[in-house]
Design a protein. Sequence first.
Length: 135
Amino acid sequence: LPGVTLAAPPTNVTFEPNQITWQRIRDLSTLSTPSFVVTDQKIEPLLGVSGGASGTRLTVTVKNDSPFGYRTVGLPVVLTRGSAIQAAAYQQVERVRSGEARTVVYFWPVSVQADGVTLKPEVNLLLPEALLSTR
């Protein structure tokens, strides 16, 4: 820990989880698989003051086609050129309602030469707070 001085390194570490809340899911078929549509993918070079490439911007639209809204949606993205990975990033969007579309923008501070985008939205349905309230 920062700012903690020890006379000697610890000889063992113990992990003791407490205050655990469980929710039993008896029928996994009751969990609706989140469904998202990713469109309008646009990779653009960003130009510096001298006119040279100084970065890369990816703009995408992500639409929640699920019957439920989600509190947090993870958006991992990978840019490729052919089969080679050129760049990767991760963002989260919050409070995405059913049927809602969001524009999401990623930035890289370097020029990325890419011809492919893989973006797979993810939702952790095992979290009790994953679904938005319908109220």
